[in-house]
Design a protein around this ligand. Sequence first.
Ligand SMILES: Cc1ncc(COP(=O)(O)O)c(C=O)c1O
Length: 437
Amino acid sequence: MDVFETNVSNQHVIDLDKHVFHSWSVQDSAAPIAIAGAQGCNLWDFEGKQYLDFSSQLVNTNIGHQHPKVIDAIKAQAESLVTIAPATANLARGEAAKRILDKAPGNFNKVFFTNAGADANENAIRMARQFTGRDKVLSAYRSYHGNTGSAIAATGDFRRVPNEYSRGHVHFFNPYFYRTEFNAKTQEEECKRALQHLKRVIECEGPDSIAAILLETIPGTAGFLLPPEGYLKGVRDLATEHGIQLIFDEVMVGFGRTGRWFAFEHFNVIPDLVTFAKGVNSGYVPAGGVVVSEPISEYFKSNFFMGGLTYSGHPLAMSAIVATLDAMEEEGIVRYADEVGNTVLGPALIDLMEKHNSIGDIRGKGMFWALELVEDRTTREPLSNEKMASLKAKLTDKGLLSFIVNNRIHVAPPLIVKPNEIAQGVAIISQVLSDFD
Ligand SMILES: Cc1ncc(COP(=O)(O)O)c(C=O)c1O
């Protein structure tokens, strides 16, 4: 069958999908919708039903769907050199690395390319371990770092527990003022106590045995947990004091999502390694990587790096990075995400709190916002799983693709979303929430 045939039914695609084993699913409960095409912030199925993308898929299509310049660059690269080994010097790869380094503030001077975000974290951890000669990695309970050996062991959420095969991982509580672990009454208290807790974890684990602290700059899947003022600076100071490498995972929040090229720019804190994926080329071709600071690059000038991938710096992915970053520059997409995210999307969502008792908290920045839904605002009891499943189904039915995690709606449209599309999406959320107030 020709996959570009136009008279395909949704049911036909869904029937074929029965041969596909899905991620993070009870296979018989996976209920995928069929998508035939997409443009900008809109998608459609094989029978003409339209969807507005309020999730950027898995928070990756930052420049929107089917950007013509990126598609053209991928086509041109496919025609000139579709694949080449990582040990060769490749034009697109060098251009991609140079552009990423140009955007990263700090003393970064190399990029190691991976296939995605998980193996970016995997290799950053490996670099930190080799560089320090130490073994342990500290990371937060409220985090997601990917689905490979060390990345899933570093992850804090429930998906880690059956997958802990990698050694040396220790977890700590990161700040989350709305559901404080520290009995904090103010953000300042949350910050101070979270730092004191981390200090004690470092002391108890033995500072000389810790290679790295791995943190999402702003934890994304965990619910857009914006760190309180001073927290990341405090973590940086603890890391520096003990010779621990600080790795910021920017896989979800990097490349414009929060209105900056890198989310760590909001905090004036520079890590030793940065991991990225998703937004770097909007997922048009899988890619990720590690941005490496000068001292670590220097070390590997004369020490063999124990890591590598057949597709490290694959030309199709690299051409997509170059074209994506150039299009983002030319079209002022990061500035737009900052302005429209903070003056249109954020305020529209905050307004919903007046109307809907089911919203317990709203937090966000740029084009990433989390609505925390509760049974009761006073007790903050999370909205039940059954209600959240029904809410997701209703949103999809009304044509809104949402990113639902636990009791939260994560609102993360492509960065190019127009004000009228924001109004349309927020109106659908409001209609659906009325059933749960
Ligand atoms: C912060 C963060 N790190 C790492 C990953 C893993 O990335 P990938 O699925 O591309 O391996 C994700 C994916 O959602 C993520 O959000």
